[in-house]
Design a protein around this ligand. Structure first.
Ligand code: SF4
Ligand code: FES
Length: 248
């Protein structure tokens, strides 16, 4: 396939960025999107030009690093996949592909397509954990009976990989889907109920301080989430937050 790539180039957070047009030839439909980007970067390097900066690590849909906004959609046109799992067979010969970073005030551009998502780390650090005794006599988690329905829902919430597609897809740049997945992952389990009140209050406080917008129930986040995280988690977090606020 021969393609036209329109890629956002930005030297750093302080400089203005712009879309730059490139042509690329002989792209195999069996390549992953990131392999196509690697091929493009090799061509830029061979010409003595600056390669396009983009995040990636596992390349198998686990780490959440590959953050690209492709033709107006986070992670591109496929469903329930990350950018690294997107294949070029989803495009056709002669296509123009617009590639941008995940845009949000809380995700400043580091360079080109790489954005700083450390705001997510700070939200996680504010409460996304349980306190356990690690002195050597820790109770085996499997010894605690958990209702199957709750275990399944907690597991589904725990599949959030923190990619930020929900934020990039939201007109308000809201992080509610991400934060609600992290809150739900623990609040549904007995081990997480002990610190549930502080957790939801602290994580929501940090989310607001980071500058993410509020949720207006549009649902774009749920559509673009590569892990199928449900809006039901946002409803659960809202109810947990209300309860925790009243409890004081
Ligand atoms: S909720 Fe989905 S889109 Fe948002 S960070 Fe988690 S995996 Fe990514
Ligand atoms: S590179 Fe790890 S999820 Fe895409």
């Amino acid at each position: 396939m021969d393609l036209t790539l329109k890629i956002w180039r930005q030297a750093n957070v302080d400089e203005d960025g712009k879309i730059v047009n490139y042509s690329i030839s002989d792209v195999s439909p069996d390549m992953s999107f990131l392999e196509m980007m690697d091929m493009h970067n090799e061509q830029l390097i061979n010409k003595g030009e600056d390669p396009v900066a983009f995040d990636h690590d596992c390349r198998e849909g686990i780490c959440g690093m590959c953050s690209m906004f492709i033709n107006g959609e986070a992670h591109g046109p496929d469903r329930l996949v990350t950018t690294c799992q997107l294949h070029m067979r989803k495009f056709k010969d002669g296509d123009t592909i617009v590639i941008e970073p995940f845009r949000a005030n809380a995700f400043p551009v580091i360079k080109d397509l790489a954005v700083d998502r450390s705001a997510f780390d700070r939200i996680q650090q504010a409460g996304g954990f349980i306190s356990v005794n690690t002195s050597g006599n820790t109770q085996d988690a499997n010894a605690i009976p958990i209702e199957k329905h709750d275990a399944d829902k907690a597991f589904d919430a725990a599949t959030c990989i923190g990619c930020g597609a929900c934020v990039a897809s939201c007109k308000n740049a809201s992080a509610m889907l991400f934060v609600s997945a992290k809150v739900s992952q623990y609040s549904l389990l007995p081990q997480g109920k002990v610190e549930a009140t502080d957790r939801v209050l602290n994580m929501v406080k940090q989310m607001d301080e980071e500058g993410f917008g509020n949720c207006t129930n549009t649902g774009a986040c749920e559509v673009e989430c590569p892990k199928g995280i449900s809006l039901e988690n946002v409803a659960r977090m809202n109810s947990e937050y209300l309860y925790a606020s009243l409890k004081g």
